[in-house]
Design a protein around this ligand. Structure first.
Ligand code: TGC
Ligand code: FAD
Length: 393
C-alpha cells in the first residue's frame, strides 16, 4: 500500500524500513476497512464502537511502544505511523488508542511497581481492561498545579475526594489513573492513584452533547470518600512531572496523529476537485485551487519531516518536552487549517457527513485544546526561548 504520491514530494516513504511499512499497512487496512465504516454512525449517535475493542487489542496498537507485559515494543517511527493511520479515520479513535497507551499504560510502566505492571498491563494491552487519565478538573485545566482533588492518608491507604472533568474513556474505563494532592495546596505532593471501577464512591458520568470527538467517550470522574489501598499508589513519582511526563508521550503521538487527519482532508479535497466541474473544467484545474492543494501538500510533508526528526531524538533518548510542545503546536495548527481549507474546497458538500472533512475539522478543535492548548505550548516555548515565565507574575 503506497501513500498518495502527491503527498510524498520529498520521498518520506524512503525513510521507512520494511517492518515499519508492514505495521503501517496492517493498521491502515484495519482502520480503513473495519473501523472507518462505523465512524459516521458513531459520530451521529455520539458513541464509541466498543464492539471493536478486542480487535483493536489484537492489532497490537495499545501501548505499542512499551516492552514486555504483552506490549509490542515498537520503535518511535512505527508508533507514530500507528497514530497517523488511526487518526486518518477519526481523532476519537486516536484518542482511544493514545489515552490507553500513553496516558494509562505508560505511567504504570514508568512509575508503577512490578506487581502493578503484572496486574494491569497485559490486560490493558489486549483491551480487556480500559483506562482513563484524570488530571483536568472543573476549575483546573491549563494550570493542573491548582488541582483540588485530595488524597488523605489513612491506615492502609488513602481516602480520595474530588472531581475530574473532560476525561476521555472515563465512562468505559475499568481503571482510572487519578492525580491528587496529598498535602493541601502543594503541587509537589501530587501522586498518581490506580482507582479501580469497583471501588466504592467512584463514578464516571458521561458528558453528552459534544460537537467534537463525538465518536469518543468523555466523562467526569467523581470521587466521594474513595478508599484506595497503599498498593494502588504509583510508587515511583511525585509532583507535576508525573502527569506531565505522560503528556509528553501522548503529545508525541498527537504530533504524528494529526497528520493523518490532515491527509484524509487532503485526499478528499484532491479527488473531489479533480472531479467537480464548474465553468466547464474540473475545479482542480484553476490556479487558486492548485495553490490551496500545494500549500496543504507542502505543510503535510513538513509535518512528516518534523515527526521523523522527533522520532530520531526520541530513539536517542534526547527528546525534550519543549521539542514535543513545538511539534504538537505546529502540527495540530497545520491539520486544523488544512481541514478548514479542504472544507471550503468542497463547497456546500464540505459540510455533509458523507465526507470526513467537517468531522475532522470539528474533532481537531478539541485536539487544539487538549494535551495543552495552543497558547499554553506557545508560553512554554516562549519561556524556554526567553528565560522569562509568562504563566505567572
Ligand atoms: P512547571 O513549574 O513548569 O513544572 C512543574 C514540574 O513539572 C516538570 N515539567 C515536566 N516534566 C515532564 N514533562 C513536561 N512536559 C514537563 N513540564 C514541566 C518541571 O520540570 C517541574 O518539575 P520539578 O521536579 O521541578 O517539580 O509547572 P507549571 O505549573 O509552570 O506548569 C507548566 C505547564 C503550564 C506547561 C503545564 O502545567 C502544562 O502543560 N499545562 C497544560 C495541561 C495539560 O496539558 N493538560 C492535559 C490534560 S490530559 C488531556 O488533555 C488528555 S486528552 C486525551 C486524548 O483524548 O487524546
Ligand atoms: P482553560 O485552562 O480554562 O483555558 C481557556 C482558555 O484560556 C484557553 O484558550 C487557554 O489557552 C487560555 N489560557 C489559559 N491560561 C492562559 C495563560 N496563562 N495565558 C494565555 N492564555 C491562557 N483532561 C484530562 O485530564 N484527561 C483527559 O482524558 C482529557 N480528555 C479531554 C477530551 C476532550 C474532548 C477535551 C475537550 C478535553 C480533554 N481534557 C482531558 C481536558 C483538556 O486537557 C483541557 O480542556 C485543557 O487542558 C484546557 O483546559 P480548560 O478546558 O480548563 O481551559
Amino acid at each position: 500500500m503506497t501513500p498518495t504520491p502527491l503527498l510524498d514530494l520529498f520521498a518520506v516513504e524512503n525513510l521507512l524500513n520494511d517492518d515499519q511499512k508492514m505495521i503501517r499497512d496492517s493498521v491502515r487496512s484495519f482502520s480503513r476497512e473495519v473501523y472507518a465504516p462505523k465512524v459516521q454512525e458513531c459520530f451521529r449517535e455520539e458513541r464509541f464502537p466498543n464492539e471493536l475493542i478486542p480487535q483493536i487489542g489484537e492489532l497490537g496498537v495499545l501501548g505499542a511502544n512499551l516492552h514486555g507485559y504483552g506490549c509490542a515494543g515498537l520503535d518511535a517511527v512505527s508508533y507514530g505511523l500507528i497514530m497517523r493511520e488511526v487518526e486518518y479515520v477519526d481523532s476519537g479513535y486516536r484518542s482511544f488508542v493514545s489515552v490507553q497507551g500513553a496516558l494509562c499504560m505508560y505511567p504504570i510502566y514508568a512509575f508503577g511497581s512490578e506487581e502493578q505492571k503484572q496486574r494491569y498491563l497485559p490486560r490493558m494491552a489486549t483491551g480487556e481492561l480500559i483506562g482513563c487519565f484524570g488530571l483536568t478538573e472543573p476549575d483546573s485545566g491549563s494550570d493542573p498545579g491548582s488541582m483540588r482533588t485530595f488524597a488523605k492518608k489513612v491506615d492502609g491507604g488513602y481516602i480520595l475526594n474530588g472531581a475530574k472533568m473532560w476525561i476521555t474513556n472515563a465512562p468505559l474505563a475499568g481503571v482510572a489513573i487519578v492525580w491528587a494532592k496529598t498535602e493541601e495546596n502543594n503541587a509537589k505532593s501530587i501522586r498518581g492513584f490506580l482507582v479501580d471501577r469497583e471501588m466504592k464512591g467512584f463514578s464516571t458520568p458521561k458528558m453528552s452533547h459534544k460537537l467534537s470527538l463525538r465518536a469518543s467517550l468523555t466523562g467526569e470522574i467523581v470521587l466521594e470518600d474513595v478508599f484506595v489501598p497503599d498498593e494502588n499508589i504509583l510508587p515511583n513519582v511525585s509532583g507535576l512531572k508525573g502527569p506531565l511526563s505522560c503528556l509528553n508521550q501522548a503529545r508525541y503521538g498527537i504530533s504524528w496523529g494529526v497528520l493523518g487527519a490532515a491527509m484524509s482532508c487532503f485526499d478528499t479535497a484532491l479527488s473531489y476537485t479533480r472531479e467537480r466541474v464548474q465553468f466547464d473544467r474540473p475545479i482542480a484545474g484553476f490556479q487558486l485551487t492548485q495553490n490551496k492543494l500545494v500549500e496543504m501538500a507542502a505543510r503535510i510533508v513538513h509535518g512528516h519531516l518534523l515527526c521523523h526528526h522527533l522520532a530520531g531524538l526520541k530513539e536517542a533518548g534526547q527528546l525534550t518536552p519543549i521539542q514535543v510542545s513545538l511539534a504538537k503546536r505546529e502540527n495540530v495548527r497545520t491539520a486544523l487549517e488544512i481541514a478548514r481549507e479542504s472544507r471550503s474546497m468542497l463547497g456546500g458538500n464540505g459540510i455533509m457527513d458523507e465526507y470526513p472533512i467537517m468531522r475532522h475539522s470539528m474533532n481537531l478543535e478539541s485536539v487544539f485544546t487538549y494535551e495543552g492548548t495552543h497558547e499554553i505550548h506557545t508560553l512554554a516555548i516562549g519561556r524556554a526561548l526567553t528565560g522569562l515565565n509568562a504563566f505567572s507574575s
